[in-house]
Ligand binder design. Structure first.
Ligand SMILES: NC(=O)c1ccc[n+]([C@@H]2O[C@H](COP(=O)([O-])OP(=O)(O)OC[C@H]3O[C@@H](n4cnc5c(N)ncnc54)[C@H](OP(=O)(O)O)[C@@H]3O)[C@@H](O)[C@H]2O)c1
Length: 373
């Protein structure tokens, strides 16, 4: 498929539909006939790498939230955030802040999410959580709106958004799984430093400058220097030699598809790229799919942009996918080593669809679904 125009195409089909639906909701709200049960949107972790993008998205997407509040740690309390032309003061996260009718988008470390979310839910708030704290809780749906929106129906106050490396994987798997039933996936990730938050971004920036000037630099976030290096270790040792990041990809994929018989073999690698995770993915399907079938399925899928013309040097790259909401796929090929294998390259902005975009989409779906007439 042709290239440059696809990179500049900001909204994908699902978002366009959502924007049209939001406009309809605004119109209905204007007539006073249909009102969301959520009176206030609360952004927790608003000063972090994901939280800042969530704020940008909320401005861009223009959903008609009545009130908005920004929270972070005590360190950031009192700092200012500009939102839709007005200055807002960041407040310290405390349980008393939450009330019935709050819809919360939360992007904090796992331990913070584990502690404050039950208290927020007890006070009547509904929380969309980006952290890993609640994803595998059987009572908590783990949702990618283009893949398993039906899971939202069963929430009891918490909805989890998957790990960034899982989200782009399941987005890519979904059309092939629907058409040919995926039995096995082998995935190698090339994960950007922004995946480790503000500190990870700073480590790459300052570590690279120091390396070029042959000066020492004490990395805050990575276990080895990331500048001019690759680190095949994300998270902590978890299971049979796999890391916690790798096991998230296995367990979250099973939960999202509701099928723990899908074989998933991940290798997660941190690379010196500022933003956007890339993945080399090989899937084996039960029913054979040709390369032409796979390309057609990717091209038609919501939230996916196919960019696949090797002769014209068209394929997704992190530098050009950054700031985009879609998951980009290219280099679609037949696996030469097995009968029903398709292999491809997949790039996604980990701070957008891998985190903030997915959470904001979930929040918008909840707000539209839970509207009272
Ligand atoms: N980065 C990604 O690509 C990505 C993708 C998917 C999911 N996630 C998940 O999203 C969450 C946030 O990640 P991030 O990359 O945005 O991290 P980050 O840049 O380190 O930001 C963390 C945010 O949490 C706040 N926070 C920290 N401790 C707190 C406390 N005790 N009370 C209240 N707020 C506190 C921070 O506030 P201060 O600024 O005041 O410290 C900041 O706003 C993590 O669970 C991460 O695993 C990240």
């Amino acid at each position: 498929m042709g290239g440059a125009d696809l990179y500049t195409d900001g909204l994908h089909t699902a978002d366009r539909r959502l924007v049209r639906a939001n406009a309809r909701d605004r119109a209905v709200n204007g007539c006073g006939r249909k009102v969301s049960v959520y009176q206030r949107l609360v952004v927790v972790g608003a000063t972090g790498a994901v939280g800042r993008i969530a704020c940008t998205l909320l401005e861009e997407r223009n959903y008609p939230w009545q009130q908005i509040k920004f929270l972070a740690s005590r360190r950031s309390a009192g700092t200012k955030i500009r939102f839709r032309g007005e200055e807002h003061t960041v407040e310290e996260l405390r349980p008393e802040v939450f009330h019935k009718g709050d819809l919360v988008i939360s992007s904090t470390p796992d331990d913070v999410a584990r502690e404050f979310i039950p208290a927020a839910v007890q006070r009547g708030a509904v929380v969309v959580d980006e952290s890993g704290a609640w994803r595998m809780d059987p009572q908590v749906p783990l949702v990618v709106p283009e893949v398993n929106p039906e899971a939202l129906a069963s929430h009891s106050g918490i909805v989890a958004s998957p790990n960034c490396s899982t989200t782009q994987l399941v987005m890519a798997m979904k059309p092939l799984h629907d058409a040919g039933r995926i039995r096995r996936v082998v995935v190698s990730t090339y994960q950007a430093t922004s995946g480790a938050g503000v500190v990870g971004q700073r480590d790459l920036d300052q570590g690279s400058r120091a390396a070029l000037q042959e000066e020492p630099y004490a990395y805050e976030c990575f276990v080895h220097p990331i500048a001019f290096n690759l680190i095949p270790h994300i998270g902590s040792p978890k299971h049979e030699g796999y890391t916690s990041e790798e096991m998230k990809m296995v367990w979250e994929t099973h939960k999202i598809f509701g099928d723990d018989t899908i074989g998933v073999c991940p290798t997660c690698v941190r690379v010196p790229v500022t933003n956007c995770h890339s993945e080399a993915i090989l899937v084996e399907t039960e029913r054979p799919l040709s390369v032409a079938d796979a390309r057609k399925l990717f091209a038609a899928a919501e939230g996916i942009t196919l960019l696949d013309d090797l002769a014209e040097k068209q394929y997704p790259m992190p530098l050009f996918c950054s700031g985009k909401d879609d998951v980009f796929i290219g280099r679609v090929r037949k696996d030469l080593s097995c009968d029903n294998g398709i292999t491809f390259w997949c790039v996604s902005d980990n701070l957008r669809k891998g985190a903030a975009t997915n959470a904001v989409q979930i929040a918008e779906l909840l707000a539209r679904r839970d509207s009272a007439v």
